[in-house]
Design a protein. Structure first.
Length: 313
């Protein structure tokens, strides 16, 4: 099979029939053999019923229904696990991603040799203050931190080689950082394509400011994991040794001062340097222990099921 189109969704009943029709027209006009995978992330409207109807009429439509809302990353994880295509396309279900971009994305993977191609919504139809400006700041921070030079990390329209999606693990809220996860997994040939952004036609956006707060926290997480996930002692141990050394230096100074320079002066415990030394040494020991615990957890961790599938068709 040439193409798998993975579409996570939440309460997008009104757009599904139109999206499927648009997708099918484009893919069949270009002669693709394909499957369309809808991942219903706990919708409370009639989205699943609409998907079920489409699957009865069209054999290319497959779907997964979560028992509740687990988030876009979990939906993509489930869709990627189910996908059978040689090239996988991910896109949103709100009609803001244009299916007519897919043939060019496919060529960039199969003919130009990219491992992953990310869409860039250069011209957007979102609110400047509510979404565009925070998105620009977020993308700038992600580029600087990750080293992946993309303009739009959060664009839902992406194309992947099969090996990429079968290798990376999308969890938490890490769907924003799939290119970074791919790079950390050894897939360094990452491209970008300017794609057309459509104004939302139905429903309401799922965007909220908490997404950017969570996004920046996830950025710190992925920065840490990309550098220290396999060696937490290198970070916590180094910080622990540094803090302990600072505390030891203050303690040494206090001891020398009390014994040789000012034996009749204040008690050591009455001096602020004593508390600095004590706190620094305690922090050093705790950070060092945290490094050991991290090493133990890293070696004993096992994959855990992160979502519950209610129904599959």
């Amino acid at each position: 099979m040439q193409l798998s189109v993975v579409i996570p969704l939440l309460n997008e009943q009104e757009s599904l029939k139109e999206l499927h029709h648009w997708l099918s027209e484009v893919l069949e006009a270009n002669g693709f053999s394909y499957e369309i995978l809808f991942i219903d992330d706990g919708s409370t409207d009639g989205s699943w019923e609409e998907i079920y109807t489409l699957s009865r009429k069209h054999t290319q439509v497959k779907a997964i229904r979560f028992s509740k809302n687990y988030g876009k990353s979990q939906a993509l994880h489930a869709g990627f696990a189910m996908a059978q295509g040689d090239v996988i396309i991910s896109m949103d279900a709100d009609l803001q991603d244009n299916p007519e971009e897919i043939p060019e994305l496919y060529k960039m993977i199969t003919e130009e040799g990219f491992d992953l191609v990310s869409g860039w919504k250069k011209k957007r139809y979102d609110s400047v203050i509510a979404k565009n400006l925070p998105s620009k700041l977020f993308n700038a921070a992600a580029r600087q931190t990750s080293g992946v030079k993309l303009h739009d990390f959060n664009c839902g329209l992406k194309a992947y080689k099969r090996d990429v999606i079968k290798t990376i693990d999308v969890y938490g809220e890490m769907h924003r950082y799939i290119p970074v996860l791919a790079k950390n997994a050894g897939f360094s040939n990452i491209g970008e394509k300017v794609v057309q952004h459509q104004a939302r036609k139905y429903g309401t956006t799922k965007f909220g400011m908490e997404r950017f707060i969570n996004g920046f926290l996830d950025l710190l997480t992925i920065w840490f994991l990309s550098r220290f996930a396999k060696r937490p002692m290198h970070l916590f141990g180094a910080l622990g040794v540094f803090m302990f050394f600072i505390g030891f230096c203050f303690s040494l100074y206090l001891g020398i001062d009390k014994l040789f320079l000012n034996p009749t002066g204040r008690l050591i415990t009455d001096r602020p340097q004593f508390f600095i030394a004590l706190i620094a040494m305690l922090m050093g020991v705790q950070l060092f222990i945290a490094g050991f615990i991290g090493e133990l957890l890293q070696r004993s961790s096992r994959d855990k099921k992160r979502y519950q599938i209610k129904e599959t068709i």
